[in-house]
Design a protein around this ligand. Structure first.
Ligand SMILES: [Zn+2]
Length: 202
């Protein structure tokens, strides 16, 4: 059953991304995936894509897009951002990076300047491909689409690329949203570490 998460779902998946240093079938990853699923619901309630391998793969996809978002904010250019990212371990993360680097090269060959719009469009398309077959009209005239967290997370990521409100924790690198005076993610450990660091540098 979906439990409303206290923050954007993709941020929960980004937490799980850290656990993908462990293989899909490991106890460490399995426990982390179970905790994430309890917060965000199934990835794909209609299909078969909810085994540990699917969670591992999707967490790495989210890790890739969030890291790319951070690199884009720092460097301002898609090709430079992709170049600066180094896949932390083999798997979906590296495959996504290779794929977008290849796309940039192809775009250059036909005289286009590679821009993140294309990534936004693909994320929306992937999200809506899962959403459209499940549209339902409710008796009170509303339209709903009960889908899993994967479709929703892809829409959230597409939005994160366009709206630029998302910021990144200077301690752990996790994305967060919040007031302008908020400097770190929600973890107490990061908040305290950042405070100590600032105090030391004064
Ligand atoms: Zn943090």
């Amino acid at each position: 059953m979906p439990v409303p998460a206290p923050q954007h779902l993709y941020m929960e998946l980004y937490d799980l991304f850290r656990a993908t240093a462990h293989p899909p079938e490991s106890r460490h990853f399995a426990n982390a995936a179970r905790r994430t699923a309890m917060r965000v619901g199934l990835l794909d309630p209609y299909g078969t894509g909810d085994d540990l391998a699917a969670w591992h793969e999707f967490a790495q996809e989210v890790g890739f897009f969030v890291d790319l978002l951070r690199a884009l904010q720092d460097l301002g250019d898609l090709e430079a951002a992709l170049e600066a990212m180094s896949p932390p371990w083999p798997g979906a993360y590296g495959r996504h990076r290779d794929r977008w680097q290849n796309w940039c090269r192809q775009a250059r060959l036909v005289g286009m300047t590679p821009a993140p719009d294309r990534i936004v469009r693909e994320l929306y398309q992937a999200g809506f491909r899962e959403i459209l077959p499940h549209l339902e009209h409710t008796p009170d005239g509303r339209v709903k689409a009960p889908v899993g967290s994967r479709a929703w997370v892809r829409l959230e990521l597409a939005q994160a690329f366009t709206e630029r409100r998302v910021r990144f924790c200077p301690v752990c690198g996790a994305p967060f949203l919040g007031r302008a005076d908020r400097e770190t993610c929600r973890s107490d450990r990061c908040r305290k570490a950042w405070y100590r660091k600032k105090k030391r540098s004064k």
